[in-house]
Design a binder for this molecule. Structure first.
Ligand SMILES: Nc1ncnc2c1ncn2[C@@H]1O[C@H](COP(=O)(O)OP(=O)(O)OP(=O)(O)O)[C@@H](O)[C@H]1O
Length: 341
C-alpha cells in the first residue's frame, strides 16, 4: 500500500506567551491518504486551524513529526519548505483575495511568484477559470463578485501550481447553504477530476456529511475519533463525536422530548436504529404485521450517508403488552432497539 500523503506522528503544539501556556494539540497521530477527502471537525478552539497550519508548515510542532508527500517537513530548512508548500494549495473562510487585482490577476499571482512565463500564465489562468466556471469574470474585481464566486477564485488560485493537496479552512462558513453546496460540488470535482487530496476543516457537520470520505474529531487538542464518515456519524464513540453528529442527524429524543412525546402518544416509546443495508420501512412493517399492533413514527428520520441508509426513529407502539414485547424482540434481531423509560 502507498504510504500516506500526510502523516502526523506524536504531534504536539503549545503556544507560550509571557504569562500562559496553551496546549493547542497533544499527541496527534494521523494519516491522510492520497486521493481522499478528509474532514477535521471539532468545536471552536479544538485545534483544527493549528493542525492545518502544521501541515503546510506555517506553524512548527513543539513535538513529533509531520510528513507530507514523503518529506519530513519538521526537518526541512525554510528554503526546502517552499518546495513542500508549493505542493499545497489553501482556501480560507474570508477568501483572502487581493481587492486591487482582477480575478485574472489573483489567479495569476502564484504563477507569477513561481516565475512562470507570461504566456504560460495566461493559458493556465484561462484553464483554471474555465474549470471553476468564471471565464466571463476574468476582468472583474473581487468586490464585484458574490461570496461563492470569490471562493471559486480562491480555489482557482489555490490550484494554479498543480498542488497535490488542497487545504480548505472553514471555506464555506461565510456562504449561504445553496452557495455552500455549489462550492462543495466544485471541491468534489477538484478531488475526482484532478486527483487532488482535499483536507476540509469545518465546524459544519453538513459539509462533512456531503463531501468527506473520512473524518477526524478533535476535542481540546486531542484526536478522539477517526473513521469513515459513515462509521463516525452512525456510531460515534465519544461524547464529543456524538454531540457534533447530533447537530445534523436527528437522533434519539432527549429527556424533555421523551416527556413531551409521552404526553402526546399512547403506548410504548421504542427507539429503533437501523444502519447499513437493512431497510427501515421493511423492518418495521414486517415486525408490526406479524403482531396485532399499531405504530406511529413520532421522532427521528432516515438519511443516507455515503450511499448507505442510516437512521433512528422513535415509535409509539400500541397493542397488548405481550404483542409489543414480541414485536420489540423481532425488531432486535435486525436493528438496535431501545425501549424508552
Ligand atoms: N498563535 C497563537 N498564540 C496563542 N494561542 C493560540 C495561537 N493559535 C491558536 N492558539 C490557541 O490554540 C487553541 C486552538 O486554536 P485553533 O485556532 O487551532 O482552534 P480551532 O479549532 O481552529 O478554533 P476555531 O474553530 O475557533 O477557529 C486555542 O486555545 C487557541 O486560543
Amino acid at each position: 500500500m502507498a504510504p500516506p500523503l500526510i502523516e502526523l506522528r506524536g504531534v504536539g503544539k503549545t503556544f507560550t506567551s509571557r504569562s500562559t501556556t496553551v496546549s493547542a494539540l497533544d499527541s496527534i497521530d494521523l494519516e491522510i491518504e492520497a486521493g481522499e477527502i478528509f474532514a477535521i471537525i471539532g468545536h471552536s478552539g479544538a485545534g483544527k486551524s493549528t493542525l492545518v497550519r502544521l501541515i503546510n508548515a506555517l506553524e512548527h510542532p513543539t513535538s513529533g513529526t509531520v510528513t507530507v508527500d514523503g518529506v519530513v517537513i519538521t526537518e526541512q530548512s525554510e528554503k526546502d519548505l517552499r518546495r513542500v508548500r508549493s505542493r499545497i494549495g489553501m482556501i480560507f473562510q474570508q477568501f483572502h483575495l487581493f481587492r486591487s487585482r482582477t480575478v485574472f490577476g489573483n489567479v495569476a499571482y502564484p504563477l507569477k511568484l513561481a516565475g512562470r512565463p507570461k504566456e504560460r500564465q495566461r493559458a493556465r489562468v484561462a484553464e483554471l477559470l474555465s474549470f471553476v466556471g468564471l471565464t466571463d469574470k476574468a476582468w472583474a474585481y473581487p468586490d464585484q463578485l458574490s461570496g461563492g464566486q470569490k471562493q471559486r477564485v480562491g480555489i482557482a488560485r489555490a490550484l494554479a501550481n498543480d498542488p497535490a493537496i488542497l487545504l480548505a479552512d472553514e471555506s464555506t462558513s461565510a456562504l449561504d447553504p445553496e452557495t455552500t453546496q455549489d462550492v462543495l460540488r466544485l471541491l468534489r470535482r477538484v478531488n475526482s477530476e484532478l486527483g487532488v487530496t482535499v483536507v476540509v476543516v469545518t465546524h459544519e457537520m453538513d459539509v462533512v456529511r456531503s463531501i468527506a470520505d473520512r473524518v477526524a474529531v478533535l476535542d481540546s487538542g486531542r484526536l478522539v475519533e477517526v473513521g469513515t464518515v459513515y462509521d463516525v456519524f452512525s456510531a460515534p464513540r465519544t461524547d464529543t463525536g456524538r454531540r457534533l453528529v447530533e447537530t445534523v442527524l436527528r437522533n434519539r429524543p432527549d429527556a424533555d422530548e421523551v416527556a413531551r412525546l409521552r404526553k402526546q402518544h399512547e403506548g410504548s416509546l421504542v427507539s429503533v436504529t437501523v444502519d447499513g443495508d437493512a431497510v427501515m420501512g421493511q423492518v418495521l412493517t414486517d415486525a408490526v404485521r406479524r403482531h396485532d399492533l399499531r405504530f406511529e413514527i413520532v421522532h427521528g428520520g432516515i438519511d443516507t450517508l455515503q450511499g448507505r441508509s442510516y437512521g433512528s426513529v422513535t415509535l409509539a407502539l400500541s397493542g397488548a403488552e405481550r404483542d409489543v414485547e414480541t414485536a420489540v424482540a423481532s425488531l432486535r434481531a435486525v436493528a438496535t432497539v431501545e425501549v424508552l423509560a
